[in-house]
Write a protein of this length. Sequence first.
Length: 132
Amino acid sequence: MDDAELDQPALWLTLAEGKLAEARDVLRLGHWRGAVSGAYFTMFYAAKAALVSVGVEVRKHSGLGPNLSEHFVKTGLLDQNYNRMLMQAMRAREISDYDPHEVITQSGAEQAVANAEEFVAAIKKIIPENKT
């Protein structure tokens, strides 16, 4: 992937859909931590798609939520629940990836993947067709 491709929402949506398929597969295999991590990265890529569609480049995970809020929630294009979902997914991924003592449950992993599916669908609705 070259730098010119990084500003194309379609590229980020393709990555999101691929990561979502992986998260579903990992969930079916019973790997809860992997499913939670995959769900977050699904949302990460989808959020990147939305942001690059309006010319915003975010280089850090911590910048996603504030920028998504500024450019989509505050403008009324995206319900604030999706921004909350993204922030919850980020925290869950950090726990899943970095806290071996924390128990990740099947229901938690299933909810994470379901949220990722809903998040991607919502993001697809707010990206202008001519930019994807």
